[in-house]
Design a protein around this ligand. Sequence first.
Ligand code: ARG
Length: 263
Amino acid sequence: MFGFNRVRKAAAVATATAAAAATALLAAPSAVAAPQPIVGGTTTTTTAYPFVMQITDASQNQFCGGTLVSPTKVVTAAHCMVGETTSGVRVVGGRTYLNGTNGTVARVSRIWVHPGYTDATNGDDVAVLTLSTSMPYTTAKYVSASQTSVYAAGTTARILGWGTTSAGGSSSNQLRTATVPTVSDSSCASSYGSDFVQSDMVCAGKTSGGVDTCQGDSGGPLLIGGVLAGITSWGEGCAQAGYPGVYTRLTTFSNLVTTQINS
Ligand code: ARG
């Protein structure tokens, strides 16, 4: 319940802040801080990261990220698929810019959501989309169930997405990336209490904050050593000191994902 409220609160704050920012722009343009990447990071391209997919609605408006793990299979977050149907979703590859029209658009023939999923803060935040047509892009490798040591605290992880560049800010037109250190489970439990489900989640972020995924980055990859190891899931605000980003711990779901990829 607490977690559900938290997510809802974040969404409400985002809307209110966006409106306030728009007003502030009219009233006092110089008072608006320069936007930061993903939150903290740099622009990149789908040429550099060809397996990073936009998950969009039927009008190709991006709302989540995903990772191509086979020519017809995309790993994303379960919470991205709430209320979605195969006919309402598209996967767009090879498109660096949200307002681009290039790349490859695929329809979705099947949406598998982890059967245990209820809310991102309860875990099981993983989904696999089956595409109706193949993507002509290099796929990402993903962690195997036994590779649990990849999450050792302090390991450098790479995050990618088109999400907002500040909590309540606007999305980035260009794909962005940043690196963040993984955070120990004990530290993440101190931040988030019982909302942190150690078996299903892993945290990453700097102690001082400033670099993080944010709204719209969900479903996208957390790469460790270039291998898909996590899925952007949730967090308290974005890039706040003491509140790292929370990612789906993919080792826990690796065998299930493999079953979906082979089905
Ligand atoms: N739930 C968000 C989404 O749907 C992702 C939030 C990630 N937040 C964070 N602080 N790392 O896009």
